[in-house]
Design a protein around this ligand. Sequence first.
Ligand code: VG1
Ligand code: CO
Length: 563
Amino acid sequence: FNVKEIETKPFDGQKPGTSGLRKRVKVFQQTHYTENFIQSIFDSIKAEGSTIVIGGDGRYFSPETVQTILKIGSANGVEKFIVGKDSILSTPAASNIIRKYKATGGILLTASHNPGGPDADFGIKYNVSNGGPAPENITDQIYEKTKTIKSYKVIEDAPVDLSKVGDFTYGPSKVQIIDSVEDYVILLEEIFDFPLIKSFLDAHADDFPILFDGLHGVTGPYARALLIERFGLPETAIQNCVPSPNFGGGHPDPNLTYAHTLVETIEEKNIPFGAASDGDGDRNMVYGKQAFVTPSDSVAIIAHWADTIPYFKKGGVKGLARSMPTSKAIDLVAEKKGLECFEVPTGWKFFGNLMDAGRLSICGEESFGTGSDHIREKDGIWAVIAWLNIIAAVNKDSPNKLIGINDLLKEFYSIYGRSFFSRYDYEEVSSEGANALVDNINEALKTGSLKDTVHTSASTGTQFTVSDIYNFEYTDPIDHSVSKNQGQVITFSDGSRVVFRLSGTGSQGATVRMYVERYVGPEAGPEKLMEPAAVGLKSLIEVALDISKLKEYLGVDEPTVIT
Ligand code: VG1
Ligand code: CO
């Protein structure tokens, strides 16, 4: 096979963000654009003799891109490709495949929860041999290569048929097309108590029906294999579970705004337990009739009940962690259990080193990301099955009263208190406005002008005194790499805090995120503790908007999404 060298010129802006390179499909479709980025990946790793996993959420432009990877990868000396059938592997499943088959790394074709289709988003992300997203030193290297690239290498062979499982070749390289679901189901079976879950669901077919909504993303086949085939649930237990290249025209993000198909069916049919996942399967939302679990609470509750899950009962819980903007609920669990607890920047890549070093077992992000060291990505289906495992175990000890989501929340708050938490997203605002907002807070940080100032909520009269402002910076305890400017934090004397961050996953304009958190101790009593988050946070949100002059800088009145 001839290796051809194709001339090219660098494109601006091929810098991987929080989770890979995400742009409009039209941008990736420009001549040489995708090729440049893929060659830059192979230039940044040891491609010769490597094994590369290829998967993704099956979105529009994925099949073409798999062929592009085969062409360029083969020319760069890749020995073997392991590819999910129809180019599909959920992000957690891909992480598992990389680890299980000891691959060099993986290329994931996904823009996660961003809409798909010819006019929407595409994305490419590189994962390393531990199964996790490439750390910053590698993504920086990829970006440097994209800035100077002059040519890329290809081998021209007939495209591989991605719809057939089996062993094939592309040029001199081996290509193995694998079932997308099988290995993942085996993995979860080793982690959870499947017989316990099944017997609980069997016994409560009438009073505890469940519903999983795949939002037309990649998790559909995984949910079917587990819920229908393993647990024997009826077809009504899943919906929107056939992956579609444009996610059925929807926005595959599991939150109260975008997962409205789940929310509507749950409320209409009085379903006590529901869940949804995002396009690539790493996010999750747990939602039941009149019951919503914030992701920050979800991970803390899983940590609290970890002993009910065989994987943790056997291996123990080594440590806990959260991303910086995530509420501190999990810190309270760590404290009570005498475990180490880490606060890392936003993005799953920061958890990997801690897991590899044996210091971290369970972690999460407020952005509907929950997971453990069974792989190196967050894992939506894992979180849903974890909840089912916990509910099944708790109910085994409560034969006379059915314990549901709200009972678990109530009990958790009565032990630890509650960290009321909410995030306001201002999507696709002007970059100038967003930068001015950030500059203004930095100015206050520098001059100390906000320190000790008192702010009063106009509607409730509650007062907040600023105790500190800082820019979050993280030093990785394992490799000592430093990540600066990871978000601006304003803390108040009552322990509340507000965080401002610019998103690193958007594909157009800027997205500003404002995170608010206020802790209420268990002594407040169940009525206060079970208040809707919007009520518990009203005063703080007013004050945060006021201090930051956010509406002025961004020129918008309301956020696009509230979670
Ligand atoms: C967002 C979330 C972050 C998450 C990232 C990738 O990043 O805030 O917590 O890790 O998406 O998730 P940002 O930079 O836009 O805030 V996924 O499911 O899109 O891979
Ligand atoms: Co995702």
